[in-house]
Design a protein around this ligand. Structure first.
Ligand code: SLL
Length: 147
C-alpha cells in the first residue's frame, strides 16, 4: 500500500478514569467503583481508527487483561487501590500501524484533599494523547480524513 510521504494524520484522544467512592457500601476490597475509557476529545466513538483497546489492569484483578472492540471503549470495575494502567490501542487494519501503549494512573483519591471522600463527586483523571500517523497509508488517510 502506498504511503503519503509528506502527510501526517493527527487524531486526539482522551484516556481517563472516573472513580466513585462507595460510602456506606464500601468494603475492604471494594471501596470504589471506577471506569476506565478511551474516547475522542468530545466523547466520540474512535472505532473508525481503533479496532481494539486492551486494558491491562493490576494483577490483583481477575482476568486483568480486558479487550474491548466497540464503542464505548470502556470498562467498569470495583477496587480499593490506585495503580498504573497500561492501555494498548490496536489500529484499524488499513492503517498498517503497530499498536501503541499508553500509561495512565487510576486515581481514587482527590489530590486537593485525599482525606475527603464523597460518594457524589467522582475523582476524574484524564489525559490527552495525540495519535500521530506520519506517512500514512493513502487508503487509510483518505478514509479517516473524510470521516
Ligand atoms: C497499592 N500498588 O498497593 C497498589 C495496588 C491494587 C488494587 C493496588 C483489586 C480489587 C479486587 C484492587 O483494587 N487492586 O481485589 O477485587 O495501593
Amino acid at each position: 500500500e502506498r504511503r503519503l510521504r509528506h502527510k501526517e494524520f493527527v487524531y486526539p484522544v482522551v484516556v481517563g478514569t472516573c472513580a466513585f467512592y462507595l460510602g456506606k457500601k464500601a468494603t475492604e476490597t471494594q471501596s470504589h467503583k471506577w471506569y476506565l475509557y478511551v474516547r475522542g476529545v468530545s466523547g466520540e466513538d474512535i472505532g473508525h481508527i481503533v479496532k481494539k483497546v486492551v486494558f491491562n489492569l493490576h494483577p490483583t484483578f481477575p482476568n486483568p487483561t480486558r479487550e474491548v472492540t466497540v464503542h464505548p471503549f470502556e470498562i467498569e470495575e470495583h477496587g480499593w487501590g490506585e495503580f498504573e494502567l497500561n492501555v494498548t490501542l490496536h489500529f484499524a487494519d488499513d492503517a498498517q500501524e503497530q499498536p501503541v501503549e499508553i500509561y495512565h494512573k487510576l486515581k481514587l483519591y482527590s489530590e486537593v484533599d485525599p482525606t475527603i471522600q464523597s460518594t457524589k463527586k467522582p475523582v476524574v483523571n484524564e489525559q490527552y494523547e495525540e495519535l500521530i500517523f506520519s506517512e500514512p497509508v493513502e487508503a487509510f488517510y483518505q478514509r479517516v480524513s473524510n470521516y
